[in-house]
Design a protein around this ligand. Structure first.
Ligand code: ME8
Length: 560
């Protein structure tokens, strides 16, 4: 490994195969979503987490490219298009737009929104397939073979299933209302077994390849058995919505091969410009698609001689009504559009960030979202900010208090700053792994909790010191200003800290405090304007005029 400039490392390990790694340059991907139904909360979740991670890392000075999008080929999309009564193109475009609209409403700052139906993507899928067709596997035999296959197929997963993946009466474990269908077809297959040993070694050697550890262990279990050949085609007679195989026009590409390749085409692969992004790529996924990302994808990449992704970060699922996984086929989804309409995008983002768990499933419902909104956002954050600002406007001639701090209030402000810094620095240690930042998906709830804790401490402090009582004595005038200043300045730092989770609320709160908004900049918008953010006490301008005081979280009562 040799250093080549302040941020650039050339790494010759198997993982990066000579890619130039720019230590502060990364690329986050989300899964691309099937368009056979409207976007649901699970889709919103992964893409919002990706956006939070992007902003969080940008606050720490990284340059982060984020891609998301829609997966538009395959059997279930074709069936949904046929049922819709629209032309396939109209259907796909309408559905894809709904996903884009959801992510826009949620304030997601994606740098690339892919549709797998776009021409460049399709051409590059064919390019990689041609390359694979010419490849010999490590055992000296052709990588791609053609053969007759008969097996049980789940159209929900778009995968052939083994008996172990099905219930006793033949229903898919992932899609309990879909019975796997006996299917017999002549197809093309990619032989995965010759790569298994290399992949096992790779997963064993790279402890951070799959996060958290529980899923890396699951992957190793999947890799402990011989791997079946992966079917990479579908006959056109059965499925027309797909990318035609470059070496046999009777077939289209299996939707998963097509979909996975988006991660490369989004950054212009195979143009060499893809390299610096690819060297820092991290795939965010739900645990349902660990096998496709942890087994199929690395093997396709090894076979095509493309470096493996730097990291796969996995999260567990939100459970809907009845404690079951929300899914389109079960019909128990929470509608993100309705939640945004009633509570706002920030409240939904906050709920997801604060309550998600990467290793175990969690429950979500509109009642839980409302309770969190009222107790944490309206009562704690919104109320404290509004109370202090209104008090300040009423008592200090429409202005913020002076910035001279009493030693006691200064200590309190230092403690608040420390909590905000902890939320950012707890896992921002010097990286062990070739400069890849250790700010993880799994640490998002902890960040939310640290910031909420800081808000709680300020509420307690203000209640205890009671500036509204103290002000009755003229001799207390400067102490009162000091208490209010310390807590408003603390709130300013907390709002800055909250920006990755609730960018809109954070900037509206900061505006009320006379502060400039935090913004992404560049083309694409991959960095924080002004660079790495420092949390510095005392930035609030004492004595500045207070503008309009708005209610950030209007109280929402239970609708009877
Ligand atoms: O699998 N909780 O698309 P998909 C949390 N097109 N996240 C959830 C969730 C839940 N209940 N339900 C879904 C596909 N998700 C393929 C992916 S990628 C190359 C191709 C999220 O529409 C989670 O990220 O079924 C999950 O992995 C993804 O949506 C599946 O979306």
């Amino acid at each position: 490994m040799g250093i080549d400039g302040p941020w650039v490392i050339i790494d010759d390990s198997f993982r990066t195969r000579g890619l130039r790694i720019e230590m502060n340059r990364t690329y986050i991907t989300t899964p691309i979503y099937y368009v056979n139904a409207a976007p649901h909360l699970g889709h919103a979740h992964t893409t919002v987490m990706a956006d939070i991670l992007k902003r969080y890392r940008c606050m720490l000075g990284y340059d982060v490219f984020l891609s998301t999008g829609t997966d538009e080929h395959g059997q279930k999309n074709q069936e949904a298009a046929a049922k819709s009564g629209l032309s396939t193109d109209e259907y796909l475009t309408g559905q894809s737009d709904a996903f884009r609209r959801a992510f826009d409403l949620l304030g997601v700052d994606y740098d690339f929104f892919v549709r797998t139906t776009r021409p460049f993507h399709k051409t590059q899928v064919q390019f990689i397939e041609s390359r694979l067709k010419e490849t010999m596997a490590p055992d000296g035999e052709p990588l791609i073979i053609q053969k007759l296959y008969s097996g049980l197929y789940c159209s929900g997963c778009e995968q052939f299933k083994r008996d172990a993946d099905l219930t006793d009466d033949g229903f898919c474990l992932e899609h309990p209302n879909l019975r796997a269908e006996q299917t017999e077809e002549n197809n093309y297959f990619l032989r995965m077994e010759p790569y298994r040993a290399d992949l096992v070694t790779y997963v064993e050697k790279n402890a951070d390849f799959v996060q958290p550890e529980q899923y890396r262990q699951e992957l190793l279990v999947m890799l402990s058995q011989p791997l079946e050949d992966l079917c990479i085609s579908r006959p056109k007679a059965r499925l027309s919505l797909g990318v035609e195989l470059p070496f046999d026009p009777e077939f289209v590409t299996y939707v998963w091969i097509d979909a996975l390749v988006n991660y490369l085409t989004n950054v212009n692969w195979p143009d060499p410009s893809y390299e610096t992004r690819w060297a820092g790529v991290e795939h965010l996924i739900g645990k349902d698609i660990l096998k496709t990302h942890g087994v199929f994808w690395p093997i396709i990449l090894m076979a095509a001689n493309v470096p493996l992704p730097r990291r796969i970060s996995v999260h567990a699922h939100w459970l809907g009504a009845g404690g079951q996984k929300m899914s389109k086929s079960l019909g128990n989804v929470v509608d993100p559009f309705e939640v945004i309409e009633t509570y706002g995008a920030s409240a939904l983002r906050w709920f997801l960030a604060r309550n998600m768990r990467v290793t175990s499933d969690s429950q979500i419902s509109v009642d839980l979202i409302r309770a969190t909104y009222n107790t944490e956002l309206a009562n704690q954050l919104g109320n404290l900010l509004q109370r202090l600002l209104k008090f300040s406007a009423a008592r200090f001639d429409g202005c913020l208090p002076a910035s001279d701090l009493d030693p006691k209030d200064n200590e309190h402000l230092k403690a608040i700053r420390q909590l905000v810094c902890n939320a950012y620095s707890a896992n921002n240690l010097p990286s062990e792994a070739n400069g890849f930042e250790p700010v993880e998906l799994a640490s998002i709830p902890k960040m939310a909790e640290d910031l909420l804790h800081a808000i709680g401490l300020m509420n307690e402090y203000v209640t205890r010191e009671a500036p509204w009582t103290l002000i009755k004595e003229p001799a207390n005038a400067s102490r009162v200003q000091s208490i209010v200043y310390a807590n408003l300045d603390g709130l300013r730092m907390v709002l800055e800290g909250l920006w990755p989770i609730m960018p809109d609320i954070a900037n509206r709160g900061l505006a009320m405090l006379g502060q400039a908004p935090l913004e992404l900049t560049g083309s694409p918008r991959t960095t924080l304007a002004g660079g790495r953010h420092e949390f510095i006490a005392g930035r609030l301008v004492g004595g500045a005029r207070i503008g309009v005081i708005e209610t950030l979280f209007p109280r929402i009562e239970t609708i009877a």
